[in-house]
Ligand binder design. Structure first.
Ligand SMILES: [Ca+2]
Ligand SMILES: [Ca+2]
Ligand SMILES: [Ca+2]
Ligand SMILES: [Ca+2]
Length: 312
């Protein structure tokens, strides 16, 4: 029961504090003043949908939802139709990531009692545990050639970015930074770089590094606020991310040298988890502007906002 309660806390009441247990939050982290409110909401809450991830052909979006009473991975058409549950499991399943060939989806699952990265076919069949490690592992991101997966692991007692082959072999620490948490990796489209978030400077910032872990560089340099959850544009020129610098979560974009940081959402509710469409024209994201977490899309300049999922 205690373990179940901990999982609930991770999933529903997540704050920056919980990133340190090795599996990054799958709803937007809330700053401390919002924590009590979120905990009270546990008793009378509405379904949340989040963490959209566009398929490589642009036709579908994978996402996480707790509409069935626990977190599941769903897919839908990019217009919001055809929503289907892929995981159908009482454990918590969240943070989907589509393989570059479009044939597989990796995600986090707690079905073995700790966070593991699973892989499945896009119809939910062929389920396999890739990490098989008693520590929490999560937040998979594929290399563009489909041969490697980078992810978070807490196996060293702090969150580090790991890399493995796509069959789960050859797991190795990339960040090697035992002084701080490094999490939420995202591979660049040319395969040469990995973006991630780190609190090594005393607050969360977006970093990039070479795919071998060298050259770790702070891109956001926004010391007053948390920045996280990067998603690279398909042309490799831009990174979308979450930032709390305006007093609520907003989606920002920037060039990959950190210049031109621009707020796209400009809404007092929390917005986060951006996913760029493969053609670069749209960004799918999660927003709480209607009171619960729902998936929206907008043009990549912030215009043309549209809600894809409606739930009361
Ligand atoms: Ca589930
Ligand atoms: Ca594990
Ligand atoms: Ca920051
Ligand atoms: Ca906002």
């Amino acid at each position: 029961m205690k373990k179940y309660l901990i999982i609930l806390l991770v999933v529903f009441a997540v704050s920056i504090l919980f990133i340190g247990i090795g599996c990054r939050e799958n709803v937007l982290p809330i700053e401390e003043e919002g924590l009590d409110e979120e905990l009270i909401d546990l008793t009378n809450r509405t379904p949340d949908d989040g963490y959209p991830f566009w398929s490589p052909d642009g036709k579908k979006i994978a996402f996480e939802t707790d509409r069935d009473g626990n977190w599941e991975i769903y897919t839908m058409n990019a217009d919001g139709s055809g929503q289907a549950n892929l995981t159908n499991n009482l454990a918590e399943d969240f943070i989907p990531s589509w393989s570059p060939d479009g044939k597989k989806i990796t995600f986090n699952s707690y079905r073995d009692g700790n966070g593991e990265i699973y892989i499945m076919n896009t119809d939910g069949s062929g389920l396999t545990n890739l990490t098989n490690n008693p520590a929490d592992d999560g937040n998979p991101s594929w290399s563009p050639d489909g041969k490697k997966i980078t992810f978070n692991s807490y196996r060293d007692g702090i969150t580090e970015i790991y890399i493995m082959n796509a069959d789960g072999s050859g797991q190795a620490n990339l960040t090697n930074n035992p002084e701080a948490d490094d999490s939420d990796p995202f591979w660049s489209p040319d395969g040469k770089m990995i973006a991630f978030e780190s609190n090594r400077d005393g607050n969360w910032e977006i970093y990039i590094m070479n795919a071998d872990g060298s050259g770790q560089t702070n891109l956001t340099n926004s010391p007053a606020a948390s920045d996280g959850t990067s998603f690279w544009s398909a042309d490799g020129k831009m990174i979308a991310f979450n930032s709390y610098r305006n007093g609520n979560w907003e989606i920002y974009i920037m060039s990959i040298d950190g210049s031109g940081q621009t707020n796209l959402t400009n809404n007092p509710a929390d917005d986060g988890f951006p996913s760029w469409s493969p053609d670069g024209k749209k960004i799918a994201f999660q927003s709480f502007r209607d009171g619960n977490g729902e998936i929206y899309i907008m043009n990549s300049d912030g215009s043309g906002l549209k809600r894809l999922i409606e739930e009361e």
